[in-house]
Design a protein around this ligand. Sequence first.
Ligand code: KG4
Length: 339
Amino acid sequence: MSICILGIESSCDDTSAAVICDGVLRSNVIASQAVHEAYGGVVPELASRAHQQNIVPVVSEAIKRAGIGKEELNAIAFTRCPGLMGSLLVGTSFAKGLATALDIPMVDVNHLQAHVLAHFIQDPGTPYNPPKFPFLCLLVSGGNSQIIRVEAYNKMKVIGQTIDDAAGEAFDKCAKVMGLPYPGGPVIDRLAKEGNPRAFALHKPHIAGLDYSFSGLKTSFLYLLRDKIKEDPAFIENNKNDLCASLQATIVEILMDKVYKAVKETGIKEVAVGGGVSANSAVRGAFEQYAARYGWTIHLPKLSFTTDNAAMVAITGYYKYLDHDFCSLDKAPFARVEL
Ligand code: KG4
């Protein structure tokens, strides 16, 4: 008999539901919220309201596309942390209601752990080459930049992380000051393809150990714009591609320097990457170059599993289900939490 898990993701601005049966993806439905575009960033209250509107149709569609009836579900996995409190509350409350109605257990999921375990989703039509334990995972999203040592599905340790901004934030905030739309990461990625990555020298941090910092880079980018605009008011417009290419190259260098150091220190050459920024073409290219140069075995997620999605929540729920690691109805969501 197969084990079918419904995953629900509502931590930020994507409402998503997915069904995974015996580790194999059956459906993954995502409703992205366009309502934030006008504000240049996610507005928490608008996100909660949009989740409320989306959650019923998104979950129904995921179950329908999976080709099962809801009575065939064995458990409901939901993102409990970290994320926006109002957004998390919608997914958590919905999971509680549905689990109670179906009389099946609930599994609470840490969104960061889910990004790592996205590498274990068996997606029909896509080759399945999951990382072997132990492996390192660079987790880079809008809210986190971490290097994680992964010993097992349920055993991971953060060995390096940002002391201020996340890599995705650096992309998004620098994009915002250039007047680019939100989220800035994908736009910078696109414009950088036409630019010179060595056109402008930007600040690289000197942080001890495996930790990251991106706030200095952000400040140096702002100062560069401020100084150049004094000389040429159309500076941003005239140099957009070079600015994007230089910024992106610096972010990628900062990320890769510490991953390289982590590989050296741990002796682990099995290296994965996950989170929204792992969709970046330069990040992916850098992983391929380091793999060829230093003999790493790398794992790049499929693009649809880089940004927030419920498939990764469902796969995490599946492994926790196998461990009988369930959660009770009184569990509340958490805005901030570590792995
Ligand atoms: O993991 P994610 O969807 O959300 C969380 O933070 O949980 O990551 C979103 C981040 C945003 O900062 C977005 O700009 C960035 O991922 N991102 C990218 C690219 N695609 C998404 N950054 C750089 N290049 C991309 N192609």
